[in-house]
Design a protein around this ligand. Structure first.
Ligand SMILES: [Zn+2]
Length: 377
């Protein structure tokens, strides 16, 4: 099966390359904003938008007026227009809000360039990019497949990254004849029907404590600056702290993402049928007590990784109705008790006297229910 897959790596551009990246980002933004303005005006006057091809033709003219546009990757500028046209298409289909002007102050600054005639390629530990030439890359794994495009980003902490989108052919993984139920929990991130538990990754919790502390420090500094009647942009200490917080945020996000990638790949490799609850995350977030845990552990990110990997590798995900009383049933004898409050972590079945860990029992029930509904289908 042909799939699109993205690789993300840290980039280490030279000083000159950094300058050129900044220029390209700036020019892409300029082109986007300029045509967005035209598009809005035309729409107001005629009730119709522009087209990508008319904008593209005009871009050629624009380059004669603003010669500095010629200094940067021309495909990036075309992509910026394509991006604008796509945004309008989605807007007209009522899928998204109207495109907005891009600002220099946006958190993440980026541009995208498309692959044509091997203008983008991986060469050892470097990536070849239009106009930039070879840029050093922290290549943590091999890029497999046909490169479609590359997006160069500069994040708030001043680091550079590249996302490489490729088209690649994936082969189904070997069948294992194994099924598993997963209970996504609050105390533990995930509890499996084989009794295995993944705790709520302590390292992230530790990092988050630190992040909170640094964030409080940042607010205090902002207040100090305000009291002195200074501008935040001129306050060195404040800016330094802001940088530190951005870097920590990024590390927490990366750690979490790595963790979820490894876990989901492991599960897909080892099991053919994976049974999970169909989480109504929205409904649960409304319950204030649970909100923190949910955002912490990123269940929905995990489930979506499981889902697309299952599709890639020929495995099956069965979602159990969220009304299924997984924690009320005794997985041993089927006896159904009433609702149990979240504090009850373990219990003994009054009928068969089996002692249950709340979450392991729930995941066993999820597995049984998943197998049952899968067999019916
Ligand atoms: Zn029982």
């Amino acid at each position: 099966m042909l799939i699109n897959k993205a690789y993300k790596f840290r980039l280490y551009p030279s000083k000159e390359q950094e300058t050129l990246i900044a220029k390209t980002i700036g020019c892409s933004r300029f082109v986007f904003n300029r045509f967005l303005g035209q598009w809005n005006d035309t729409y107001q006057e005629t009730g119709k938008g522009l087209t990508y091809s008319s904008c593209s033709a005009e871009l050629t003219q624009l380059k004669k007026e603003f010669v500095w546009l010629k200094e940067v990757d021309s495909i990036a500028l075309q992509s910026s227009l394509k991006n604008l046209a796509d945004s309008f298409t989605r807007f007209f289909k009522k899928q998204t809000k109207a495109p907005r002007f891009k600002s220099k102050k946006n958190q993440v600054q980026s541009y995208t360039t498309k692959e044509t005639n091997s203008n983008i390629a991986i060469v050892d530990n470097k990536i070849k990019l239009p106009k930039l030439g070879l840029v050093r890359l922290a290549k943590s794994r091999e890029v497999e497949g046909r490169i479609l495009n590359a997006t160069v980003r500069r994040n708030p902490s001043g680091k550079f990254f590249v996302s490489i989108l490729v088209e690649t052919d994936v082969q189904p993984l070997k069948k294992t004849d194994s099924s598993i139920g997963i209970d996504l929990g609050i105390t533990d991130f995930a509890v499996f029907s084989d009794g295995h538990k993944i705790d709520n990754h302590t390292f992230t919790a530790k990092m988050e404590k630190r992040l909170k502390r640094e964030q409080r420090k940042l607010s205090r500094r902002a207040l100090q600056v305000k009291n002195k009647g200074m501008n935040l942009l001129d306050a060195k200490n404040y800016q330094k702290q802001k940088h530190k917080v951005a870097r920590l945020h990024e590390r927490v996000r990366n750690q979490r993402d790595d963790f979820l990638h490894k876990l989901s790949t492991d599960i897909i490799k080892n099991h053919d049928l994976i049974c999970i609850e169909d989480l109504n995350t929205k409904g649960m977030v409304r319950n204030h007590k649970l909100a923190k845990s949910i955002s912490d552990v990123s269940w929905s990110a995990f489930v979506s990784k499981l889902e697309y990997k299952a599709k890639w590798y020929g495995k099956t995900i069965v979602k159990i109705s969220r009304w299924f009383p997984s924690s009320q049933i005794c997985s041993e004898c089927g006896h159904q008790e009433g609702k149990k409050s979240l504090e009850i972590r373990d219990w003994t079945c009054p009928i068969c006297h089996k002692h249950h860990d709340r979450d392991i029992n729930a995941s066993k029930n999820i597995l049984a229910e998943g197998v049952r509904t899968f067999d019916l289908a």
